[in-house]
Design a protein around this ligand. Structure first.
Ligand code: HEM
Length: 389
């Protein structure tokens, strides 16, 4: 997609897309729009028409889509985010490091025994799932079923107008998956109320009992969001990062000789192949942007993947992977402003541990066949990463 993004940045940076939404591709405008408090994230603020119909059709009427923090504006957003933020703290995240290291090393042992594997399946997929279910304290979560449900839901993140996303079969799958997942979450929360433990779910249910104004429905929605938002994104950060390194042997060698670069390398992976390529906002009033004026009630798709490659910020070699790039942190892969990713510290930690230890462990790590991408526009990642170690 990156050639197309570049063409848009150069010729039509605030594009009125033929499908009826606006597509913003430069770093300056993307950053302005996502952090602008005058923008809404609630789909009912869209002007009635095909875009609104498509979004409403695809989005089943479940707690996640009604009241999770990512679809609410202030004051609800402020209240929900601060309640969850109170338990999902930097300290709680840092405390996960030994557990993450143990999981990564156990995976690496299995890979060493196998010799050659699909790194997506054997390494990138299981880690974020186990981390978030452990951190939440989800008892006996059925990993296979949860993964299938998550897979079905990721399609709802694709942009409007993509045929596959509006395939009737897919739509039913999305609705069923959401209903089943919210049912599962309700059961888990009910169980947790009777069996409190030292975990995030217990802390959240107790926050609610302490009269902090979190309804049952809101609680279910935030738990679903934590579970969903941190899964495919982190899987793809790890997978895309490993692919980028294996395709750029000079950068892999640089990381091997300077393991302390891993923190900056993860920022560069986020910039270079953002796990989420887009997010969006809705205008509530006429909105001047670049040399255009966007009308109220419009869907503004902000292209993170394009902003991250903008030569105006990252210079003429923006399309190159450089793990020691000084401005790598200027990427907008976690978005900015009030909705800025709540799990960014956890995602960064998992990627640092996973990629850092993988590279250190296998000096002869190499691609053993073609990478198979998932074909998605927004949730960018690989389905299959064949490697030999
Ligand atoms: C929001 C990306 C990992 C939880 C977001 C948004 C982005 C994003 C772009 C903002 C949406 C917007 O402004 O419109 C990523 C990436 C990750 C990642 C690239 C890769 C590692 C995680 C993890 C968790 C998480 C591990 C938690 C377990 C959330 C939550 C929100 C969010 C709760 C909603 C925040 C709000 O609306 O206030 N994420 N995320 N994310 N993310 Fe992440």
């Amino acid at each position: 997609p990156y050639e197309h993004y570049r063409m848009l940045r150069d010729t039509d940076p605030v594009q009125e897309h033929p499908m009826g939404f606006w597509f913003v591709s430069r770093h300056a405008e993307v950053s302005k729009v996502v952090r602008d408090a005058r923008m809404s994230v609630k789909s009912h603020n869209l002007t009635p028409g095909p875009i609104r119909d498509q979004i409403n059709e695809l989005i089943a009427d479940t707690p996640l889509k009604r009241v999770s923090m990512v679809v609410t504006d202030p004051p609800d957003h402020t209240r929900l985010r601060s309640l969850v933020g109170r338990v999902f703290t930097p300290r709680a995240i840092a405390a996960m490091e030994p557990m993450i290291t143990g999981l990564v090393d156990a995976s690496l042992d299995r890979i060493a025994d196998a010799g050659s594997v699909d790194l997506a399946e054997a390494f990138a997929y299981p880690l974020p799932f186990t981390v978030i279910t452990t951190m939440l304290g989800m008892p006996d979560a059925d990993p296979k079923r949860l993964l299938e449900l998550t897979e079905a839901l990721v399609i709802a993140l694709e942009p409007p107008g993509i045929d596959a996303a509006f395939d009737i079969k897919t739509k039913i799958a999305v609705e069923e998956a959401e209903a089943e997942l919210s049912g599962m979450m309700q059961e888990i929360i009910a169980w947790k109320r009777k069996h409190p433990a030292d975990d995030l779910l217990t802390a959240l249910t107790q926050a609610e009992q302490h009269g902090d104004l979190l309804t049952d429905e809101e609680l279910v929605a935030q738990v679903m969001l934590l579970y969903l938002a941190g899964h495919h994104t982190t899987v793809n950060l790890i997978g895309n990062g490993v692919i980028a390194l294996l395709r750029n042997p000079d950068q892999l060698a640089l990381l091997r000789s300077n393991p302390d670069l891993i923190g900056n390398a993860v920022e560069e992976f986020l910039r270079y192949e953002s796990p989420l390529q887009e997010t969006s906002r809705i205008t509530l009033a006429p909105y001047p942007l670049g040399d255009r004026e966007i009308p109220p009630g419009a869907l503004v798709v902000t292209c993170i993947g394009s902003a991250n490659r903008d030569e105006r910020v990252f210079g003429p070699d923006a399309d190159k992977l450089r793990i020691d790039r000084e401005q790598a942190r200027q990427h907008v892969s976690f978005s900015l402003g009030a909705h800025h990713c709540l799990g960014s510290a956890l995602g960064r930690l998992e990627a640092r541990v996973a990629i850092g230890r993988l590279v250190a462990r296998f000096p002869r790590l190499a691609l053993a066949g073609p990478v198979r991408w998932n074909g998605r526009i927004n949730v960018r990642g690989a389905k299959e990463i064949p490697v030999s170690v």
